[in-house]
Write a protein that binds this ligand. Structure first.
Ligand code: FAD
Ligand code: SF4
Length: 477
């Protein structure tokens, strides 16, 4: 007879996050800070799940993962089946397990979160998929019937990869084009290795190639292939181009030097780490510098922690609201604090200070948060609170706006006044050109990996519907 589950396991085993490497090591290295879970740890933590009748974690997860079901399989050590289930709803579960802000998604919604500590859902998702891939897991495509359609995907970020995954599982041939030398988009070139190592994306490329996805890397659409040419090569197109226009600040003294652009800094560091030639992304070394990073989101956290690992003399994060109001993951903020980053909360930058055209400081004023009209609390400057923070390098990390290329218009893809792709047709993800679809940051605005994946998977279903409607004689092929 099957053993009855221990519903009080959460009392016997407290929540236990995976171990992290000692501070001394991790502050100097560009590698993931979490150690892999052991089979026993994963099983013990998975056993804590209450298997709630109406699992809120599933609802809060943007791809609606079957969380309690794969936790049960992980508890029983049935890793290959658990990996199959993880991939039913998510195209990059090993990535989401690593970098989703679980503290405001699935784990925040876990019933045990109040009082007992949520189940370590993200870490177990990562464990399942890493372990299964190590044991040779590959998607089972044996029952897939090949269709005679070809879809061109531009952008090998999470949106493009999720679309490629669904196409392949439906027997549709795909070619993914990307201007970078490796797949992943921001996963490989924006997000540093201490959160997500590049080898994770290399391994995923092997899985996708094994499933039949063709990648054409180092290929920029609009430069190496014109968009109208691409249209002729495929039955439908999908765009997941991301958002790359930095939100600019305007402070007195900005024109006098000392400013490091955030994205260029992060991408240059990855290129340097892996010896890749990434034209336009020089390696910027902040060793010995007094670094100030302005902003409170994921990009800001990645910049401060990169500067720390490069050996900066001091690293401060300047944010105009308080810690509770930071937009990024609190887990990453806590890591940054532990690693030695100093936070200047409630601080509004006023002007850059230079001596002989060399940046020496940033004048700030302290703020208080004011709520009016039920909106987000607004920072208000406290007069007389001005002070100067020493700085020799300043990084603005205020997020990214859309960066639609000019050629989108030429092929009939409309964008709104802010530059986001407009969705005007009947099917989710269908642009103003019915044969062209889009998802991810370029449609939603800068957001998360998991939302890019969720939107792209839904859009991929639209592409299938479109192909079947446009060419019904091929539906039964
Ligand atoms: C520094 C940083 C840290 C982040 N940290 C996190 C995090 O911890 N957790 C999280 O969930 N989210 C995080 N995000 C957000 C997340 O990375 C994005 O929301 C997500 O990557 C968007 O996916 P995407 O596929 O839409 O675009 P992208 O990942 O930007 O991919 C777009 C791809 O399109 C390619 N491309 C663009 N134009 C062309 C062209 N003309 N021809 C060929 N290829 C082209 C680009 O090379 C790129 O590979 C972070 C973002 C940044 C900037
Ligand atoms: S995909 Fe993200 S939100 Fe969903 S279960 Fe995994 S870690 Fe949680």
């Amino acid at each position: 007879m099957a053993q009855k589950p221990d519903v009080f396991a959460f009392l016997e085993h407290p929540r236990q996050d995976p171990d992290v490497y000692p501070l001394k090591i991790r502050k100097t290295e560009f590698r993931e800070i979490y150690k892999p879970m052991t089979a026993e740890e994963a099983s013990g933590q998975a056993e804590r799940c209450l298997d709630c009748g109406n699992p809120y974690c599933e609802w809060k997860c943007p791809v609606h993962n079957y969380i309690p079901n794969w936790l049960k399989l992980a508890e029983a050590g049935r890793i290959m089946e658990a990996a199959d289930l993880c991939h039913e709803t998510n195209s990059l579960p090993e990535v989401c397990g690593r970098i989703c802000p679980q503290d405001r998604l699935c784990e925040q919604a876990c019933t045990l979160q109040t009082g007992f500590g949520a189940v370590t859902i993200g870490a177990i998702e990562r464990y399942i998929v890493d372990e299964a891939l190590k044991q040779g897991w590959r998607p089972d495509l044996s029952r897939v019937r090949t269709k005679p359609w070809s879809v061109g995907i531009v952008g090998a970020g999470p949106a493009g990869l999720a679309c490629a995954d669904i196409m392949t599982r439906n027997g549709i041939s795909v070619t993914v084009y990307d201007r970078y030398p490796e797949i992943g988009g921001l996963l490989s070139f924006g997000i540093p290795d201490f959160k997500l190592e590049l080898q994770v994306m290399r391994r995923r490329r092997e899985v996708l190639e094994g499933a039949g996805v063709h990648f054409k890397l180092n290929c920029e659409i609009g430069r190496d292939i014109q968009a109208n040419e691409l249209q002729k090569m495929h039955d439908a197109l999908f765009f997941g181009l991301g958002t790359y226009t930095p939100v600019e600040a305007s402070l007195p003294g900005m024109d006098k030097g000392g400013i490091v652009p955030a994205m260029e800094y992060l991408i240059g560091q990855t290129g340097h780490l892996y010896g890749m030639d990434l034209p336009g992304y020089e390696h910027i070394d902040l060793k010995g510098e007094d670094v100030l990073v302005l902003g409170g989101g994921d990009t800001a956290m990645d910049c401060v922690r990169t500067a720390l690992r490069q050996g900066a003399a001091s690293v401060h994060c300047v944010y105009r609201r308080d810690q509770q109001n930071m937009p990024g993951s609190q887990r990453e903020v806590n890591h940054a604090m532990k690693e030695g980053v100093r936070f200047e909360f409630n601080s509004q930058p006023l002007r850059l200070i230079h001596e002989d055209r060399k940046l020496v400081g940033l004048e700030i004023a302290k703020t208080r948060l004011v709520t009016s009209g039920g909106g987000r609390a607004r920072p208000e400057i406290i007069s007389g609170s001005e002070q100067v923070l020493p700085a020799s390098a300043l990084i603005f990390a205020f997020g990214y706006r859309p960066s639609p290329p000019q050629w989108l218009q030429d092929i009939g893809v409309d964008t709104d006044e802010g530059g986001l792709v407009s969705m005007k047709q009947r099917l989710p993800g269908q642009t103003s050109n019915p044969a062209i679809f889009a998802a991810g940051d370029m449609v939603r605005g800068s957001d998360l990996v998991v939302t890019a994946i969720a939107d792209a998977r839904e859009t991929a279903q639209s592409i299938i519907q479109y192909l079947e409607m446009a060419q019904p004689q091929l539906k039964r092929a």
